[in-house]
Design a protein around this ligand. Structure first.
Ligand code: GLA
Length: 385
């Protein structure tokens, strides 16, 4: 922290006066169905972006990250998207949207961030950053937003300002997260319920493949488009559906005929069965049925691999390695195409698990993974010192 304060002073020539944190998230189950009106079950985890902040007397908004050299500065009156601002666009985007909505912000901020959430790895560093900036703006300018409003604005910035057609899961999971609970989120109407994470001696472990993800955005948007195309075809027959997740698996034979396209059918089958797995998972959690929980996690990965086709060599290899190293279950989490998987592991056996999984993964990919246990934590916070 002292070091961070020093960087702040060197960057901005003044002391920080405020400090905030925002966590990462994992998704336990319900993958790639938030943008299909499905149910998802994510949780905020103990990896954080930390921000030091001071208020400015002029209209400049300044971002600096310890991961990058440059300070990104812009006037509050000139915040249109510009790719040259790269990562800082998420921060500028929040202010752009607030001003567009009519909120008066006359004086800017100095912001320095540091993060132990790996970038672009499926733990939602971008959603965490967006929520963090929304949270900071709300606190500094005293707008009085609730966390749901902050999350919704973050999604809007990601969709409309940054151009990723993502759903609401990540922003909601981070904004509304609570310690030792997961969020049962209905992505059709943005209602939610917190569910106790009752896992006994088992802990969630993050398996970071460390495979750089390049195609994520285009591939992600391609899946969204395939789902939209399928929905259009299905709506011609099922007049009262709004989303793919309004359908149930007893209709799959019929759906296959209507779509008459193998790829589209596989995408839809994933969405429908994954949505049903979320309900089953919630029941199993409430009953403390670990065996059932494990089976559902494994089935989710299989469906993402075979039907939705978003896993790839690195995620499949690390999931297999985890299973061979005595994880009771493992699956990819987030968008896929590289990034991270999660595993459920007996806490006492973690060290052995880590060593064996890393070894098996390295043998096949030549990449050293990062493997760590995580706690389930609450959302963005102001740190009073
Ligand atoms: C990314 C998106 C989310 C969600 C997941 C897949 O994390 O940001 O909205 O679609 O992928 O479940």
């Amino acid at each position: 922290m002292e070091n961070l304060e020093k960087i702040f002073e060197e960057t901005y020539n003044t002391k920080p006066t405020l400090k905030y944190i925002s966590p990462a998230r994992i998704n336990l189950i319900g993958e790639h169905i938030d943008y299909n009106g499905g149910m998802v079950l994510p949780a905020a985890i103990s990896r954080y972006i930390t921000a030091l902040v001071s208020k400015r007397d002029d209209d400049l908004l300044c971002f600096k990250s310890t991961a990058f050299e440059k300070v990104e500065k812009r006037h509050l009156s000139d915040l249109k998207f510009n790719p040259k601002y790269d990562w800082a666009n998420y921060g500028f985007g929040i202010f752009y949207m607030l001003i567009k909505e009519g909120y008066r912000i006359e004086k800017g901020l100095n912001i320095l961030i540091t993060s132990n959430i790996p970038l672009g790895s499926g733990l939602s560093s971008s959603a965490s950053f967006l929520n963090l900036i929304g949270f900071i703006a709300n606190d500094v300018y005293e707008f009085g937003f609730d966390m749901k409003t902050i999350a919704s604005r973050s999604v809007e910035v990601e969709n409309k300002y940054c151009g990723l057609k993502c759903g609401i899961m990540d922003e909601a999971a981070i904004a509304l997260g609570e310690k030792d609970k997961c969020l049962l989120l209905n992505c059709d109407n943005f209602t939610y319920k917190l569910v106790n994470l009752n896992l006994g001696k088992y802990k969630f472990v993050v398996l970071q493949t460390n495979k750089p993800r390049k195609l994520t955005e285009s591939k992600y948007n391609e899946r969204v488009d395939e789902c939209q195309k399928s929905l259009k075809l299905l709506k011609e027959v099922y007049k009262d559906i709004h989303n793919l997740c309004d359908l149930r698996s007893d209709k799959l034979d019929e759906i296959k005929e209507i779509l008459n396209d193998d790829i589209l059918f596989k995408r839809v089958r994933h969405c429908i069965t994954e949505n049903e797995r979320v309900y089953a998972f919630k029941d199993a959690l409430e009953k403390g049925n670990i065996t059932k929980i494990a089976t559902l996690l494994d089935l989710s990965h299989k469906s993402l691999k075979e039907d939705y086709e978003v896993t790839g060599l690195h995620l499949d290899t690390i999931v297999e390695a985890a299973k061979a190293s005595k994880a009771i279950a493992s699956r990819m989490t987030g968008a896929g195409f590289g990034g991270c998987a999660i595993a459920l592991v007996d806490e006492d056996k973690f060290d052995k698990f880590k060593e064996k999984t890393a070894k098996l993964y390295f043998e096949k990919t030549n990449i050293i993974p990062d493997i760590y246990m995580v706690d389930i934590v609450s959302g963005p916070k102001k740190i009073e010192e």
